[in-house]
Design a protein around this ligand. Structure first.
Ligand code: PMP
Length: 399
């Protein structure tokens, strides 16, 4: 007999029970959706039914762009299926240089470094910029990848109240004057879809001599004159040291990156573990990303459509009496506040039965006590689809 055995998975019994209760209640599993076929950027077949997708991050609808697909197909044919190696050994192909050139052009910055995902970009940049004796000061609502980057490194971590520049200022003021400090912000916060007041936050960081990093994952392509993000729109480009982003949203494929004008940036490639100890992105992926980023530089019409769709959905849901996470439409994430987990799961399930896929979001992804039905728009939604989404929300509420 095995003695003193501890089942390491016991600690998840609470989660297992909660999840099982959803299934036992006869609801669709919000975390087990399968896209059986994908019909385009805004439609897929789920459980045999054609469904409108309003829970993807396909903001600019680039996943089926013909030029993007052609670039990916050519790279797959010419360079093979994968790199089988790290960027610092055999894994840098012409396409990796190409996509980094495209990022430098898109952001107008001197340096660009591509990671295998946005999650890894945050792990790598946060844990490598800071070390023992340094301080990371981050917004309490930061994405999990930023928190995990903090855990991977050796710096002291201090949180400030979400989007609160006074609290940031106060916490920075308590740190030793001579210590290295990294302030981490996001342009758009992905759960509530709210936008950061970057000028106030960045000014506080500067007052205390801190380095500033902004994650613009949910703003690339449609905030700011060149689509660089909230930091561009709000005019603080000169005070941001590092911008982190992803290819998994507006760019429409997968990958992550950091861009910067820091003169010593390139050394990061040789010291950043989530960059150097993992295989580089496959050639087809970087080719898709490069083609997409270059098209996003001039995608004015798509930007307009995305904003029109986002405003229309927000206005439609407000008019229908839903409680929204933001009073006005601030981004392409339009979140409906729900009272508790049970009603959120039940409504989410009914929406799926009605042919609408949105995201069910709950803690720990959301702030404590916040339950959401989260919609994210695409430039490729038609206004008719947006109207259908509102209509189905109303129907699902009445069921
Ligand atoms: N940062 C933020 C703010 C995000 O929301 C996400 C993903 N949702 C990421 C980083 C990670 O991006 P990726 O999907 O490329 O790993």
């Amino acid at each position: 007999m095995v003695r003193n055995h501890v089942d390491l998975l016991d600690k998840f019994d609470g989660y297992r029970g909660e999840h099982q209760a959803l299934i036992d209640a006869g609801l669709n599993d919000p975390f087990g959706v399968v896209m059986e076929r994908v019909l385009g950027p805004t439609r897929a077949v789920i459980r045999g039914r054609e469904t409108i997708l309003v829970g993807t991050y396909n903001y600019m609808g680039m996943t089926f762009d013909p030029d993007v697909i052609a670039a990916g197909e050519a790279a797959l044919r010419d360079f093979g299926a994968g790199s089988t190696g790290s960027r610092v050994l055999n894994g840098t192909f012409a396409g990796h240089i190409g996509v980094e050139d495209a990022l430098r052009d898109f952001y107008g910055m001197a340096h660009a470094m591509v990671f295998s995902t946005g999650y890894q970009a945050n792990l790598g940049i946060v844990s490598t910029l800071t070390g023992k004796g340094d301080y990371i000061v981050l917004d309490a609502d930061s994405h999990a990848s930023i928190y995990d980057g903090c855990k991977l490194g050796n710096a002291e971590v201090v949180r400030f109240r979400h989007n609160n520049a006074d609290d940031l200022d106060k916490r920075l003021g308590r740190l030793p004057a001579g210590a290295g400090k990294l302030v981490i912000l996001e342009g758009v916060y992905s759960m509530l879809g709210d936008v950061a007041p970057l000028p106030d936050l960045v000014a506080a960081a500067r007052r205390h001599g801190a380095t500033v990093m902004v994650d613009e994952a949910h703003a690339m392509g449609f905030f700011g004159e060149h689509g660089r993000g909230v930091y561009e729109e709000q005019g603080v480009a000169d005070d941001v040291d590092f911008v982190v982003g992803t290819f998994s949203k507006s760019v429409g494929t997968v990958g992550g990156f950091c861009v910067s004008n820091h003169p010593k940036f390139e050394i990061l490639r040789l010291v950043c573990n989530p960059y150097r100890f993992t295989a580089s992105l496959p050639p087809a992926v970087v080719a898709c990303a490069e083609a997409s980023i270059r098209k996003l530089m001039t995608a004015r019409e798509k930007r307009e459509r995305l904003w029109a769709n986002s405003r229309a959905l927000h206005a439609g849901l407000v008019a229908a009496g839903f409680r929204m996470a933001t009073e006005h439409c601030e981004s392409a994430i339009i979140a409906v506040l729900m009272p508790d987990q049970e009603s959120t799961a039940a409504m989410w399930s009914r929406l799926l039965d009605l042919g609408i896929y949105c995201n069910m979001s709950r803690p720990p992804a959301t702030p404590a006590g916040v339950y959401l039905l989260r919609c994210s728009l695409s430039a490729e939604h038609s206004i008719g689809e947006v109207e259908t989404i509102v209509d189905r929300f109303v129907t699902a509420r009445a069921m």
